[in-house]
Design a protein around this ligand. Sequence first.
Ligand code: F6R
Length: 595
Amino acid sequence: MCGIVGYVGPREAAPILLQGLARLEYRGYDSAGLAVLNGHGLETRKLAGRVAALGDALAREPLAGACGIAHTRWATHGAPTARNAHPHGDCAGTLALVHNGIIENADVLRAYLARAGHQLVTDTDTETLVHLIEDAPGDTLEERVRAALQHVVGTYGLAVLSAGEPGKIVAARRGSPVLLGVGDGEQFVASDASAVVAHTRSVVYLEDGDIAVLTRDGYRVLDEQARERQPQVDAVDWDVGDLELGGFAHFMPLRGRLLQEEGDVRLGGLNLPADQCGRVRRIVILACGTSWHAGLVGRHLIEELAGIPVEVEYASEYRYRRAVQPPGTLAVAISQSGETADTLEALRTARAAGSRVLGIVNVVGSTIAREADGGIYLHAGPEIGVASTKAFTSQLVALTLLGLYLGRRRGLDAAAGRALVEQLDALPDLVAQALTAEEEVDELAARFAHAPNALYLGRGVNYPVALEGALKLKEISYVHAEGYPAAEMKHGPIALIDENMPVVFVAPRDPVFSKVVSNMQEVKARGGRLIAVTTQGNDDLRGLVDHELRVPVTAPLLTPVLTVIPLQLLAYHIAARRGCDVDRPRNLAKSVTVE
Ligand code: F6R
């Protein structure tokens, strides 16, 4: 969850590390710190708060040195204080370490280290690592890191400096992503590419069990058995402009994937030939949070287009359940980051039970993308805001492509395929139109910004959109919101409705529209304040609802891509009006790499 960046080369490290931390801040932002090696040994600065505050501290008291590591934290063990911020040091003050992940046997290690005379000064699990390295046998830092890690149970992505070996960074990975940025006469290490892409596009992804040694002139990667391996160098195919606030959301590059005449799609990385599509008897979708909501929409899409039964599981529940997995089950893990610990473990569980696994992932080269047998990249560009938005709409499109691909190999006729391809092709323009409702949504936000609760209701393929609208509101504006299938409301939540309760209906013109209207009547009869997201040209809600937001017309199955947009905007404007930090909501992190 936290962000790690390290640099060794000819330049001053501190400004490069600060810039890298700022790019990583979406991963965690409750405290930050850095350590630099120079002629005086190791110097560390850390504080509770944002990277900008660390920048101010360094402006007042600069740190010189051309080799350093830095960290932005999302607290797991111990409060977000300066003391608990990384880097952590050993007793002698010769080591500095930054860590992402969780040391599960930290209590045992702590007791052991205290008995051995170590002074542990923080509440973190990470601190145990640096003291273990202090005592570990070995002639070089990498040997000591390897020896220390033998005693560790848990996950880590880490980087260490030693005053005894200036000009060297040692990094290690187990369960938390680490990559090397390969420069010309300078090297980088980071928890994700956004921290290094301003300097180099050439990256090496470490595998679990790897230890890497970086010096100004190059890097070495040693595998679990301490054998040197020659890793592949990958090219990052996006650039720093995509990380800036001005960098506009890409819409998934649909056109290269749509085959108009055939009414089909081209999915290069799926690795699922036609005969295998025919053998799929059941699909299980594994995901968390917003990606899980996308999975719920995916169930409708795949069942309708391909006629395959689909189950959608919370990855965190699935991995600890003895899920029955009959032969012919295809598992699909959906994850924006590709690093969510629960989703990754669920994928491994499904594979161990004999399933082929696909990944629908945004971050290229992420762990889920690399472990899946095949999959679809979203190519939505880096998503920096913590709340998932463009990744969600891109996930819906990717799931449509998957449904269409499977469907066309299982009897969906070309004419139906062509009709859907046409609608998909039109979608980017429709999304652009839906985004023009911004002003209207803001007016609505002004009315409802101070409501303490909200209910979101939808049916069919738009029920998950109601869940997603509620999630967006609660996570960025801290307003309590519930999403429900509209017809379920009368089995309980209806008791909450009075004249103070905003009720948002996701009600495009689709096959269940008239049913949703009945549910609206039920709310109206109890005095609730109705807001509807409906389709342009639909006048049937006049006089029934208090406010309408309209989206362009598309195929019913594709409506979630459009109906979610006013809900994302509504959450955004309510949060902004309440003075919340929209991009970095409290307590959250972009990439949840702990279970
Ligand atoms: C909500 C949100 C989270 C993520 C969830 C899974 O806006 O972003 O609910 O969707 O943590 O993350 P990924 O998709 O990276 O696996």
